[in-house]
Write a protein that binds this ligand. Sequence first.
Ligand code: IVH
Length: 721
Amino acid sequence: MTDTAAVSAFEKLDVEALTSEQAETELERLANAIAKHDKLYHQDDAPAISDADYDALRRRNTAIEARFPDLVRDDSPSRNVGAAPSEAFSKIEHKVPMLSLDNAFNDEDVQDFVGRVRRFLKFDPLMGALAVTAEPKIDGLSLSLRYEAGALVYAATRGDGTTGENVTANAKTISDIPQKLSGDAPDVVEIRGEVYMAHADFQVLNQRMEANGGKVFANPRNAAAGSLRQLKSEITASRPLKFFAYAWGDMSALPADTQMGMVEQMKVWGFQINPLMKRCETVEELLAVYHGIEEDRATLGYDIDGVVYKVDRLDLQQRLGFVSRSPRWAIAHKFPAEKAYTILNEIDIQVGRTGALTPVAKLEPVTVGGVVVSNATLHNEDYIKGIGQDGEPIRGGKDLRPGDTVQVQRAGDVIPQIVDVDLSKRKEGAEPFEFPSVCPRCGSHAVREENPKTGRLDAVRRCTGALICPAQATERLKHFVSRNAFDIEGFGDKQVDAFFADGLVKTAADIFTLEERDKQSLTKLRNREGWGTVSAKNLFEAINAKRNIDLHRLIFGLGIRHVGEGNAKLLARAYGSWQAFYDAMVKAHDKNGEAWEDLNAIDGIGHIVAEALTEFFAEEHNREQLDALLAQISPKQVEQIDSSGSPVAGKTVVFTGALERMTRDEAKAMAERLGAKVSGSVSKKTDLLVAGPGAGSKLKKAQGLQIEVITEDVWFDLVGA
Ligand code: IVH
């Protein structure tokens, strides 16, 4: 574990070996480091160290405090939870503090926990079994929801445990959070639980962010936190957040007398509760649940980082009470991080279709969490150096050198990462890695462009040999035939590499002239190794089947920077035909013209995407290649939706406020299916505003413009869904 902020000479010493003076210095270092990481995690949603490393810092702090109780600092992390709330949101003081959980890291710790509880309660075996619940520890961020007379009054983040941030408007956009409790409820109900993002939703969101030229989130937890803590609730509404209820705060009455009973009541009130929660009577049962959940972890579809055990009886919870920051009646049994040490054999440079030079760590194969890992991402050259262009150490960056002993981590299905380097094992004379300034494939200069706005260099170095670089050409072709583009059966990466190497397919157009050329050729495809009459015929058929391609697949397949699938669909829908799209893109190069304005006016298309598009079409060579391609294929017109029977066809619709029966994305997709255009803002062009609870400025504006306003229910009636 390394912490660049404060390195003390004693941080490597065992707790048992510390003198009182050294312990004091260590406690100060730990308090500062933990506070810093708390802020990064809770306020900036940008953790700089792994959860395991963070836990290790806290554990060390606790261990030193246990040995030197007199040295416990006033600002000790053991006395605080999380970080102070951000200034950007109004503050809400929690009526009942939102505390944290103590951690168990192995079976013995769990045994100790149950033993401690029993001793505290003097609950001897004669008194029967001590029931304890076990449930997944969701890796999201906690939220407290206050209901009065059954209606949601506010939602607050944990903040520092005492005061949180008011995120009510945002929480109201989450469909798992009821705005009214179902059935009977006490006057005051405070439900606590976890806001999280499912893996599938996280991936789609990141693709969307990337395609729009935005930053991507490192993991679902950060995505959930970043989405909930938005200043504009419309943004939160467009993010697929979910919520599990598992605890409570202030309650005017308790509807049950056990943890399990309380959670079951939450379900009745309309919350999602975790289906894996179990009630156990022995430590063995708890551990069996833990290992069962650990085994199923990869298939749950959302991130969890352990299992939480809670004493079931509320009267016992009451008696057990709290110690500093956590309840005595609960503990989080954390999963071991999936990590392992191995050797970084070499650093390989891959060249992508846009010319980006991406360093990849070639590792001595090692098993991490049951999977053999031999590659890890290294992001970019600054990351390898561990120093940014301003000379400052960069977050997460390591000074990595070939031959180093490194620790790799696998988290969920993300690409393995290097989380640590063991400098004590560095071989003498190990040289820093020299990042190439020429493309390893074509020898062209590889440069880091300067961002004209910030004056900073792009983190990515790119090959400048766009048209002559074979790596870029093959990567572009692979993208062109990929699943969401032309999706040509039997034409994958392997075929691209082989045909390219033999000069058979150099451009996309070549794919479609392959059969014709094959007829004239003496070296027929069917005679090549690995091919036969049938497979060659099948390939030509598969190619021919794609001459009539969906317009959005063609646009996506071109591999224009920042134009992902989502943007390709937006463009196809907006322009309707290839010719209209092509003409508009060529014209839009003139930034004073109407075509540029129209392009930027497409809902969802930002400046960066618009810029990338017009640059692509301004390049003569690209237009030549497109002309050759379009001589071979005839993209479909975008189907004009049959407007008979759809009362919203051709209309411009705006959704605002909280939607209760569908997510914002669903609403948009539904309206578009019915031939409507969905816009994010109200203008004279708006025909219809669908307003849910909490609608504000858009509703006012629509009323001012005398635009028809309907509720979500009326919308469903209208479209007959
Ligand atoms: S119970 C008084 N149950 O873990 C204790 N917490 O490290 C109330 N968490 O702040 C918390 N899943 O954000 C509880 N099933 C679960 C949980 C859970 C995730 C989070 C929660 C809490 C943190 C403590």
